[in-house]
Write a protein that binds this ligand. Sequence first.
Ligand code: C5P
Length: 232
Amino acid sequence: MAELVVALDFNDALDALNMAGVLRGHAPWVKVGLELFISEGPRIIHSLKGLGFKVFLDLKLHDIPNTVRGAALAAAASGADMMTLHLCGGERMCRAAAEAVAGLSRPPLLMGVTVLTSLAEGELPGCAVPLEMFAKTLARGASEWGMHGVVCSGHEVADIKRACPGLLCLTPGIRLAGGEGDDQRRVMTPAQAVRNGSDFLVVGRPVTRAANPAAAADAVRADMTSVQTPER
Ligand code: C5P
């Protein structure tokens, strides 16, 4: 069954922890992204885990292999249950991270970012192939380079699952039918993403900016559970 991750895109611990308090029991995972992590550092992960959440640390690492190896180890030590790195960093960078966490007793899930869901066709400089094809090529790499899964748009999940059956798919760019797209370009409803085979759905503003965030999270989960998970 797919799981909901609510993105706590805030720049201070008070706002993030207030929102987490409201969401307790309404979402199993929260996401700590660049804004919150740069503002508050690893202690925010500890606080969120203390509230009972699994924590997705979405820093989208992209650097030389040695630097990413060290950052992956530091992320694991912070208690993160899942983390991201850019697949465009290539095979050696991804393998360095995978090898670094492999020996740990509780290694985080390593998720490789394919193509950001905020990018529309033609917006990725130098990419001469359709974004979905590029995402699939990167996902094939991920499955060979020690990644547990990939971050991709809901539009690519079914294709990626067919090409790489063992790979987990985490999907941002989720909007309930009729909702605002904000800066996202390749969006999909929770039900559609689950139908396509997504394992984790990341939802930020539609929940955190709702008048009643707990009810909004419940609505997303209701939409997710309204469909049968496809055969894997
Ligand atoms: O507010 P919204 O639902 O658009 O938030 C989506 C979240 O997912 C943000 O925290 C964003 O950083 C993250 N994300 C994304 N696209 C990716 C990877 C992560 O939108 N490819």
